[in-house]
Design a protein around this ligand. Structure first.
Ligand code: SME
Length: 151
């Protein structure tokens, strides 16, 4: 996977004129899911700092019951508190994990910072074990830097 080739398209999806932010984010999720074969569920969660909860935003992939996740719960909730990337090579080895589907084997969550504040995250589930490398982390950090410009 050559992430460098995907970067210009990420920028162009997010800079489309007359397209609402949530539609751009959904288009971005679709693009990532279509172009990286092990990105099987791609979505955004956004933080409500007052309630200390994460709320599901645009996503593509299987429907999920987990539309609201308390800070601290699951991989997503832990990233809301840690402000750090969380790569899970094998979800079955995690105690604090919220299962969406038995088909999900691994997960990566990368926080989304706007002006230094963690306002949410991109969350990606994969149906294969241990697919994510540092290249995914760097690429998704790039993606989130571009997304941050919409806020
Ligand atoms: N597995 C996540 C929950 C969100 S779903 O992957 C869409 C977690 O443990 O936080």
């Amino acid at each position: 996977m050559n992430f460098e080739n995907l970067k210009p398209q990420v920028i162009s999806i997010l800079s489309e004129e007359h397209v609402e932010r949530d539609v751009k984010l959904k288009n971005l999720c679709q693009f990532l899911s279509d172009n990286v074969d092990y990105y099987n569920w791609v979505g955004f969660y956004f933080a409500n700092q007052d309630n200390r909860t994460l709320h599901l935003g645009p996503y593509v992939g299987a429907e999920t019951d987990h539309t609201v996740i308390p800070f601290g719960k699951g991989i997503c909730g832990q990233v809301a508190e840690s402000n750090a990337n969380f790569v899970v090579p094998d979800v079955s080895a995690q105690d604090n994990y919220i299962a969406c589907s038995f088909t999900v084997k691994s997960e990566i969550v990368v926080p989304l910072f706007v002006d230094g504040v963690n306002i949410g995250q991109i969350d990606i589930d994969s149906h294969v074990i241990d697919p994510f490398t540092e290249a995914d982390e760097r690429f998704l950090e790039f993606v989130n830097e571009q997304v941050a410009k919409l806020f």
